[in-house]
Design a protein. Structure first.
Length: 249
C-alpha cells in the first residue's frame, strides 16, 4: 500500500491522543535481536537454546525445574547492558514531551523507552531492570542482578538466600492484569494508534489492537502481519526510520 508520509505527519501533528503499541522491531536498531525473523533469537538457524527450544527455556516450568540452565540462557541471550535508545525510542519520547503521545505500550523488556525519556510506559512482559527475591521480595536493579550472577550461576538474595528472578513474564504465566486493562483502555480511547515492530502473532498482547475503535491505525513493520488488512495505513519499513520522519522531518 502506498502511503503519503506527509499525510501521516499531519495526522500526528493534529492529534493530542496518540498511543504507540510496539514490539521487538522497535529495539533492533539498538542492537537487540528480535525473535522470529531470520536470524532472530527463536529462528532455527540461531540455535540459541542448544538442545532446548528458546520458548521452552523461557517457560515457567523450565525456570522452576532447571534454574541454572534458565539463567545461562537468560544472561547470555536476553540481557543487552550496553544497548542505547534508537531513533524510534527518541521520537516517541519527543511526541510525549509535545503532549501528543498518551502512552507507550511495549512487549519489550529492555527499558529503552524509559532511557530515551518516555514517562508513561506500560510493559506488558515486564522488565529486566526489575528483579525480586522469590522468598523475601527484596528488589534488585539490573546491575545488582548481574553482580549476584557473577557470584552464583543462580542469583541468590543477599538477605535470605532465596532465588532472585527477573520481573519478566515467562511462557505459561499471565500478563499483569492491571497493565493489560490499562493498555486496553488507552487503545480503545486513542485517536491515532501506531502499531510498530511487532509480528502481532503473540497473544494476548497481539489482541490489544482489537480494542481500537478509530480510523487512524498506522501499522509499521518490515514483514506482513495478520492485522495488515485492518490497519488504515501500512508502512513496510523500519520503525526508527518512519518514526523519525513522522516526528522530526
Amino acid at each position: 500500500m502506498g502511503v503519503d508520509v506527509q499525510a501521516l505527519k499531519r495526522l500526528v501533528e493534529e492529534s493530542g491522543n496518540i498511543v504507540f503499541f510496539g514490539g521487538a522491531g522497535t529495539s533492533t536498531e539498538s542492537g537487540i535481536p528480535d525473535f522470529r525473523s531470520a536470524g532472530g533469537l527463536f529462528s532455527p538457524e540461531n540455535g540459541a537454546g542448544g538442545s532446548y527450544a528458546p520458548e521452552e527455556i523461557l517457560s515457567h516450568d523450565f525456570f522452576m525445574s532447571r534454574p541454572k540452565e534458565f539463567y545461562q540462557f537468560y544472561f547470555s541471550k536476553m540481557i543487552y547492558r550496553d544497548a542505547r535508545p534508537g531513533a524510534a525510542h527518541l521520537a516517541l519520547a519527543e511526541l510525549e514531551r509535545r503532549g501528543k503521545l498518551k502512552a507507550v505500550i511495549t512487549q519489550n523488556i529492555d527499558g529503552l523507552h524509559q532511557m530515551a525519556g518516555s514517562k508513561e510506559v506500560l510493559e506488558l512482559h515486564g522488565s529486566v531492570h526489575r528483579n525480586y527475591c522469590m522468598h523475601c521480595g527484596r528488589f534488585y536493579d539490573l546491575d545488582g542482578m548481574l553482580e549476584l550472577a557473577r557470584r552464583n550461576p543462580v542469583p541468590r538474595c543477599e538477605s535470605c538466600g532465596g532465588i532472585v528472578r527477573p520481573d519478566v513474564v515467562l511462557y505459561q504465566e499471565n500478563l499483569n492484569s492491571e497493565v493489560l486493562w490499562k493498555s486496553q483502555a488507552l487503545i480503545a480511547g486513542a485517536d491515532v494508534l501506531i502499531v510498530a515492530g511487532t509480528s502481532l502473532r503473540v497473544y494476548p498482547a497481539a489482541g490489544l489492537v482489537e480494542f481500537y475503535r478509530g480510523d487512524k491505525m498506522i501499522l509499521i513493520n518490515t514483514a506482513p502481519t495478520p492485522y495488515d488488512s485492518r490497519a488504515d495505513y501500512v508502512i513496510p519499513d523500519s520503525v526508527g526510520k518512519v518514526m523519525h520522519s513522522l516526528v522530526f522531518s
